[in-house]
Design a protein around this ligand. Structure first.
Ligand code: NCD
Length: 306
């Protein structure tokens, strides 16, 4: 059985097929409206979420399936001390596939070992977020027509931002990718990404603190929120939270066709005035998240649509 725990669980070829199906769904959603009739998706969310949980639920409903689940640890038996292993054994009796978000790194991997149904990692602590990466890849490919030969700036909390870790791991497999990693010194990417993903594969990258100085080079600017919930103390968060605020003044130095992505939620790292710029792609990106999750559910449930 297939699970999606790490972005590299899917080959480059499988990702291409998924993105192709997502584009077909976008073009003709009606064709897929009954594909998962009689199937159920469980959303097991031990951490807050708007887009990821609702886009999974919307994806299953769009496919004609049904959804069940919980949206906080407090409202599940985790509050009574139940283990992940026991919860997933039980959920396997109730649903055909599940998406799990958990504050502990590795929790969805543990679940997959005890599960009788496909488990999708919907974000595990500060570690990985593979379905956000599929969303990001679909957005980039749809806007740029390719996933190769791009200079990608990632800006903000690169230490705790799981979407950043998964996106770097995934994009590193395409030709001609160069990363510009923009963060305060304290929020630089984790060593395992720098050493095991970038250096070991000889992927070109630079680490800088100033967004302004690198802006003109970028094809994609991926902004992120400073991840307050992963800080050990509030003072550090308060000191770092306003490190980057993208506004129209900074946009003046960007390429005319640079695309701005953000996994959302935004706090204040993108000024609202930027929303009207045609380069702002973050709300479109949220829409792509539904199509690609529909494609993923079809793949993991092995549903053929003719
Ligand atoms: C992200 C996450 O949960 O990691 N949100 C999302 O899934 N779209 C980003 C974030 O919370 O900052």
């Amino acid at each position: 059985m297939k699970h999606l725990i790490d972005p590299l669980d899917l080959t480059v070829e499988e990702i291409k097929e998924l993105l192709d199906v997502a584009n077909q769904i976008e073009a003709d959603p009606q064709r897929y409206a009954h594909a998962c009739e009689g199937k159920k998706l469980a959303t097991l969310f031990y951490e807050p979420s708007t887009r990821t949980r609702l886009s999974f639920e919307a994806a299953m409903l769009n496919l004609g399936g049904k959804v069940l689940g919980f949206s906080s640890a407090d409202s599940s038996s985790a509050a009574k001390g139940e283990s992940i292993a026991d919860t997933i054994r039980v959920v396997s009796c109730y649903a055909d596939i599940c998406a799990m978000r958990h504050p502990k790194e590795g929790a969805p991997l543990v679940a997959s070992r005890f599960s009788k149904i496909p488990v999708i990692n919907a974000g595990d602590g500060g570690h990985q977020h593979p379905t956000q990466t599929l969303t990001d890849l679909l957005t980039i490919r749809s806007l740029k027509g390719r996933l190769s030969d791009l200079t990608i700036g990632l800006c903000g909390d690169l230490k705790f931002g799981r979407t950043v870790h998964s996106l770097i791991k995934s994009l590193a497999r395409y030709q001609g990718i160069r990363f510009v990693l923009i963060s305060p010194n304290e929020l630089r990417i984790p060593d395992y990404i720098r050493e095991e993903v970038l250096r070991s594969q000889h992927i070109p990258f630079e680490e800088v603190e100033s967004l302004e100085s690198v802006m003109p080079q970028l094809d994609i600017l991926y902004m992120t929120r400073v991840q307050r919930e992963r800080f050990f103390n509030e003072e550090d968060y308060v000191r770092l939270k306003d490190s980057y605020i993208l506004d129209m003044e900074k946009m003046a130095n960007a390429k005319p066709d640079m695309a701005i992505l953000h996994p959302l939620p935004r706090v204040n790292e993108i000024a609202v005035e930027v929303d009207n710029d045609p380069r702002a792609a973050y709300f479109k990106q949220a829409q792509y998240g539904v199509y690609v999750r529909m494609a993923l559910i079809l793949k993991l449930l092995e549903v053929e649509v003719c």
